[in-house]
Design a protein around this ligand. Structure first.
Ligand code: KG4
Ligand code: ZN
Length: 349
């Protein structure tokens, strides 16, 4: 490329859950803009994402968010080389808003449309953050909707090797926060309070911890927290208020149980797959205790642990830069592109 030639740029759109996001990323993975409009305040009173409210908010926000992403990147639409959009997994109504916007742009600008898997994108955030090739590796995606382990052969070739049998870890965080009457999303609030509590105060279950299978289960843990809270009236000033000390200790004990299991399963996966690198993505990867413990096993086992900065852990569109990998392989989507709510419909390159 001649020095004066402008870098190729990609517009990426993400609307799979409750964040409306758009980003502009160059082919050498420089993030020129990364705009995220969170709907957390709309879902706060329900303690979780309400799909109808989410899709309506995406409709209102998608165009201003795209506009802002282009403006802050100082890129005009005619400069774009491609449009990428997350098509799976996620809420159907939410995904459709992003996909419809991306199709309209690809058609009017006459540029390639590229479909992106949200889970692959979460782990690609590690590639962006590391500024070097990070594949092959074991990948842990841990978020509100997912707790999955992958053997990542390449950025676009993931083999599912482990999963939750019930709740995702982030979902457990959000539900335990509701039990403790902490605001949604629960993860960051529990993380903060846990730092002031005693992680050994309440022994809580660690499902599959002593099991060779790469399985997770968090619903029993969530129920154990519920019984703990319901069963300890002495810790309450009244029926509706928990003491700050009790809440902090429950947060710390819960967080210790979740992170113990996540770290143990990563360790097992690294061993059975003989990988020397671990990639971690998704909202729960923002958790301070998880980051600390993963770095510790990384040091102990001489495994490189790559965890992106917080802004690339929670849902964002910059991580959809994995689309450049498909662009390089000439793997483009058609304008009849559809959305898929569940995880993984493998599309060959
Ligand atoms: O990846 P993400 O933004 O959306 C999904 O794809 O689900 O993840 C959101 C999840 C929520 O459940 C939220 O409570 C959790 O990530 N989360 C955290 C932290 N920050 C966000 N969980 C634990 N500790 C955190 N610091
Ligand atoms: Zn996500």
């Amino acid at each position: 490329m001649a020095a004066s030639e402008p870098a190729q740029t990609l517009l990426a759109i993400e609307s799979s859950c409750d964040e409306t996001a758009a980003a502009v990323i160059t082919r050498d993975l420089r993030i020129l803009s990364n705009v995220v409009s969170t709907q957390a305040e709309l879902h706060l009173r329900y303690g979780g994402v309400v799909p109808e409210i989410a899709s309506r908010a995406h409709v209102e926000r998608i165009l201003p968010v795209i506009d802002q992403a282009l403006k802050s990147a100082d890129v005009t639409p005619d400069r774009l080389s491609a449009v990428a959009v997350v098509t799976q997994p996620g809420l159907v109504g939410s995904l459709l808003v992003g996909v419809t916007a991306a199709k309209a742009l690809a058609m009017t600008l006459d540029i390639p449309l590229i479909d992106v898997n949200h889970v692959e994108a979460h782990l690609y955030a590690c590639r962006i953050a590391a500024e070097k090739d990070v594949f092959p590796a074991v990948g842990l995606v841990v978020s509100g909707g997912h707790t999955h382990l992958f053997d990542c052969h390449s950025p676009v070739d993931f083999e599912l090797i482990g999963a939750t049998t019930d709740d995702a870890a982030g979902e457990a965080y959000d539900k335990v926060a509701t039990i403790l009457k902490l605001p949604y999303p629960g993860g960051p609030n529990i993380d903060k309070l846990a730092a002031t509590g005693d992680p050994a105060r309440h022994p809580l279950p660690r499902s599959y911890y002593h099991d060779d299978r790469l399985l997770f289960s968090f619903s029993g843990l969530k129920t154990a927290v519920l019984y703990l809270v319901e069963g300890h009236p002495p810790h309450r000033r009244d029926r509706h208020e928990l003491t700050p000390e009790f809440t902090a200790d429950v947060c710390a004990s819960f967080q210790e149980a979740v992170t113990d299991v996540l770290v143990k399963k990563c360790d097992q996966a690294l061993k059975v797959r003989h990988r020397k690198r671990l990639l971690v993505g998704g909202g729960v990867a923002a958790n301070s205790r998880l980051r600390q413990k993963l770095q510790q096993i990384g040091n102990k086992r001489r495994v490189e642990v790559v965890i992106p900065p917080l802004t690339l852990c929670t849902d964002n569109a910059a991580m959809a830069a994995v689309a450049w990998e498909r662009f390089a392989r000439g793997s483009f989507a058609e304008l009849d592109l559809d959305v898929t709510p569940g995880l993984m419909r493998k599309r060959p390159l």
